[in-house]
Ligand binder design. Structure first.
Ligand SMILES: *[C@@H]1O[C@H](CO)[C@@H](O)[C@H](O)[C@H]1NC(C)=O
Ligand SMILES: *[C@@H]1O[C@H](CO)[C@@H](O)[C@H](O)[C@H]1NC(C)=O
Ligand SMILES: *[C@@H]1O[C@H](CO)[C@@H](O)[C@H](O)[C@H]1NC(C)=O
Length: 342
């Protein structure tokens, strides 16, 4: 009996080795790949030495080997390490693009990753230690931010796509509190990045300015399941940004940068502040002696674009080209979005 099961194990082992053939190494003149026969997938493993200092590179949607097409879907760990590539284009005919952890490790010159395709994902750490001037552009930014948000939420033990509709508000307030705490622990303010308010950049680098951090918080909250309209990015229209959050039938301010999280607290309702209190927080933030020096609440703004990457306007707000803000009070009235907690 024992011997029989051992023999079976042995057979299974042999079968597994045979069934999962080693990847094929292939070079198309520009990139090195691993080609996998089972799923016809090509993973970019490196840049050919001739192109390591190329200014701009465009990925190929597929490579042909032995008369078979292998589709480029993955950038492997270290693939762009130590290259001098400045602009990388992911063309629109790539169906899915996934960046492995450390794919750009020590790619100090990278400046633009142009995601022209729709579906993009990345492991946490995919852009670790790459050039500080990195920015993401193109439609694929949206799915990159959403998939990265889900990765972070899972890592932080927070829900993904939770249905809050029939739950009391306190449930979302608790999750929003934990989320704010995680953001404050993991995303640092401020930054020596070139694009501190590009949501995708702030998310993958873990640092940004107050606008970038508020944008990251909003996108994480939406992916957690908070309705898209109920968490917004706002600010005084001068230097500071923070979030507006709709709970208990009013709009409250959530200011992750200025809030002092209790060392061990799991929930504090004081995270949700009234306009009057937020104005005082901002006064202290600037170091003004009088609250009259802070812009009046009626002039506070809302940032109406979600991801904040170059060209986002064209897609989302064709009627407002050139401006990504509106007076919050006007926005509330125009969209019938309720009242603020003053
Ligand atoms: C992306 O690749 C990693 C391996 O680097 C894998 O663990 C992950 O599941 C992939 N994600 C998607 C969405 O395919
Ligand atoms: C980043 O951009 C700044 C300003 O344009 C420039 O001075 C700097 O050299 C760039 N750094 C890298 C690593 O490209
Ligand atoms: C988030 O911060 C915590 C506490 O500082 C740390 O243990 C954890 O590794 C960080 N996670 C990420 C994804 O940066």
């Amino acid at each position: 009996m024992k011997l029989a099961s051992l023999a079976l194990l042995f057979v299974i082992n042999i079968w597994m080795v045979v069934a999962a053939p080693a990847p094929i190494n292939y070079n198309d003149g520009t990139f090195n790949y691993w080609l996998s026969d089972t799923d016809k997938k090509a993973t970019v493993m490196g840049v050919d030495p001739k192109f390591k200092d190329a200014y701009e590179l465009t990925l190929n949607p597929w490579v042909t080997y032995n008369g078979q097409r292998y589709y480029v879907k993955q950038i492997g760990a270290g693939a762009f390490s130590n290259t001098q590539v400045v602009d990388l284009i992911v063309p629109s005919d790539i169906e899915i693009m996934n960046f492995s952890s450390r794919a750009f490790f020590n790619a100090q010159y990278i400046r633009t990753i142009d995601l022209r395709n729709q579906k993009v994902s990345a492991d946490i750490g995919a852009f670790e230690n790459c050039g500080r001037n990195l920015s993401f552009i193109g439609k694929g930014v949206e799915s990159l931010v959403d998939s990265y948000s889900k990765n972070l939420l899972k890592q932080w033990g927070l829900p993904v796509n939770k249905d809050y509709t029939n739950l009391p508000d306190i449930d979302r307030m608790k999750d929003l509190y934990t989320l704010a705490r995680k953001v404050s622990e993991n995303i640092s303010y401020y930054s020596n990045t070139g694009n501190p308010s590009n949501t995708a950049v702030v998310m993958v680098f873990g640092k940004g300015d107050s606008n970038g951090i508020a944008r990251v918080y909003r996108n994480l909250a939406i992916n957690m399941g908070i309705p898209i309209n109920d968490v917004q990015v706002g600010g005084d229209g001068q230097y500071f940004s923070w979030n507006y959050v709709y709970v208990l039938r009013k709009w409250y301010n959530v200011d992750i940068i200025h809030y002092k999280f209790g060392k061990y607290s799991t929930y504090e309702s004081s995270l949700f502040t009234t306009d009057r209190n937020q104005r005082e927080v901002i006064r202290k933030g600037y170091g003004y002696s009088s609250v009259d020096d802070v812009k009046p609440i009626k002039k506070w703004i809302i940032y109406i674009n979600r991801y904040n990457y170059y060209d986002e306007w064209k897609y989302n707000y064709p009627y407002r080209q050139g401006s990504n803000t509106e007076i919050f009070e006007d926005w509330l009235i125009r969209n019938r979005q309720g009242v603020r907690a003053d």
